[in-house]
Design a binder for this molecule. Structure first.
Ligand code: UDP
Length: 477
């Protein structure tokens, strides 16, 4: 069964303290008025494959309530699929990232099953979508719906949240599968970077909208330095007096508590609250290069500064839903074990509790705020939300010049870019500069915050969406 996710409207004015009255007014009047006029009472319908978990769901949870708060009927439907369908679409997802995934086929048999699942969803959709609506399909899981919508004259936008710069045999494979579902039917394509689009997407249908973060969500909401220290000492990352679980405000306004500990691998006591911390927060994924971050720190930073390194990621459950994460975490532990004693005592490997998503988010918030420098030494990155999150908090960032990170950081102004992501000396040198020069750290932190507020908050994305949807609906798209 297709499911509708119902979202309460959220007043764009809530963002006023951060983005100012002019940006709120632009959102509520200019863009929204044009959108309402084009829709004439009909709906913008988003369709994706999951109501929670993952970047797409998170983005919809931020943007749709704000659109609804501006009196735009933005709705959200979730398709239904079976195990085989999601194995096929996960394969597509990995291949759009240039990786083989499970190595399976994307041939006639897979297409037949994909078509069958799409057909069942379309049967239900026919009663929901009406003439005058516009539909935004998200990612490969929904691409197969475009044909049906086009046959009814309903405008279709396809938003692809994944991609890499350039192409290889795997991206070619995924696009060869997807092209037939999209090319004849889609009115506009939206990518995070222009280079993520395949060459057959016509330039006049290609649009770029970057992700944004919610400045009021528990992950990013204001937090005092004291509170950050309290949280980090409670979970075990800092050596600092703790008075027990720490309260926080949930997105829905109810009280929450950080009451779980982190799983931490370390030698000796954790660092005191005044020890400078280099922090990288990432999933345990090979492309985040946690081990390289550790080696770069140990070889090029440790002897020059007093800093400690914290590598933090989600707990990896024994029953792994992501078997690769367990492998990467084990490799990172092995790497740590091979360090010398005095090196190990300066590096912590942290697994953050995940059973309460907002509790996890608040700990990440505290880490990103308490850090002296946030590192993101990725080897590849679609966009890199951890970079945006740290920039928004005014924490200086040192990150690899890969993928979407280069759209975010202006080198030397809003962070430091490491041009060769595998060059550990370059990475360590950049960390040293920030750790040893408080003026530079302050300047980069302030520059990062300004840039995050200017470009990566939801009103900017919504404005671009509204412009694009209006142009598609009025035939200028
Ligand atoms: N994240 C988190 N808890 C963790 C590790 C990561 O909440 O233990 C979040 C992080 O704050 C960010 C997201 O997961 O919001 C990762 O997004 P990003 O674009 O950096 O990388 P991806 O994981 O999508 O490749």
């Amino acid at each position: 069964m297709m499911e509708e996710v119902r979202l309460a409207p959220r007043a764009p004015e809530e963002l006023q303290a951060i983005i100012g009255p002019e940006r709120v007014a632009r959102l509520v009047t200019q863009s929204a008025e044009a959108m309402r006029a084009a829709l004439r009472g009909r709906s913008i319908i988003n369709i994706n494959s999951t109501p929670a978990g993952g970047g797409v769901a998170e983005m919809l949870q931020v943007l749709l309530p704000l659109a609804r708060g501006a009196d735009i009927d933005a709705r959200w439907l979730v398709i239904d699929g079976d195990e085989e369908f999601f194995a096929i679409t996960k394969r597509l997802h990995h291949r759009l990232h240039g990786e083989p995934g499970d190595g399976g086929e994307l041939g006639g048999q897979e297409a037949a099953h994909y078509d069958e699942v799409m057909r069942r969803n379309v049967d239900e959709l026919s009663a929901i979508v009406v003439e005058g609506d516009i539909v935004i399909l998200h990612d490969p899981q929904t691409a197969g719906i475009a044909e049906y919508l086009a046959s009814r004259g309903i405008p279709v936008v396809w938003r692809c949240h994944v991609g890499i710069d350039g192409s290889n045999e795997w991206t070619d494979d995924a696009w060869a599968f997807l092209r037939r579902y999209l090319e004849p039917y889609v009115d506009a394509y939206v990518f995070t970077r222009p280079s993520y689009a395949p060459s057959w997407v016509p330039v006049d249908r290609l649009h770029v909208i970057r992700p944004s973060i919610d400045p009021l969500a528990p992950k990013n909401a204001d937090m005092s330095a004291d509170k950050a220290r309290e949280i980090l000492s409670y979970v075990g990352i800092l050596d600092h007096p703790s008075a027990g679980p720490v309260s926080f405000l949930r997105s829905d306004g109810t009280p929450g508590r950080v009451e779980r500990f982190a799983d931490i691998v370390q030698t000796g006591p954790p660092p005191a609250a005044d020890v400078p911390l280099v922090v990288q927060v990432s999933r345990w994924d090979p492309l985040k290069d946690m081990a390289g971050t550790m080696t770069g720190f140990v070889e090029h930073v440790l002897d020059n500064t007093e800093a400690h390194l914290v590598l933090a990621g989600p707990v990896v459950t024994a029953v792994a839903d992501d078997p690769e994460a367990a492998v990467v975490l084990n490799q990172t532990w092995d790497h740590w074990r091979a360090l010398r004693h005095h090196q190990r005592s300066r590096v912590q490997l942290v697994c953050l509790p995940m059973s309460d998503g907002e509790e996890n988010a608040v700990i990440v918030n505290a880490l990103q705020r308490h850090a002296t420098v946030v590192a993101q030494k990725s080897l590849a990155e679609g966009f890199g939300l951890t970079v945006t999150e740290a920039m928004y908090k005014g924490t200086p960032v040192v990150a690899s010049a890969v993928g979407g990170i280069t759209d975010q950081i202006v080198d030397e102004e809003s962070g430091l870019l490491v041009q060769s992501p595998r060059d550990l000396a370059e990475f360590g040198g950049a960390l040293n500069r920030v750790l040893m020069d408080p003026d530079l750290a302050r300047r980069l932190g302030e520059g990062g915050r300004r840039r995050a507020i200017e470009f990566f908050l939801p009103d900017t994305s919504l404005g671009l969406w509204e412009e694009l949807l209006v142009s598609v609906m009025t035939g200028d798209g």
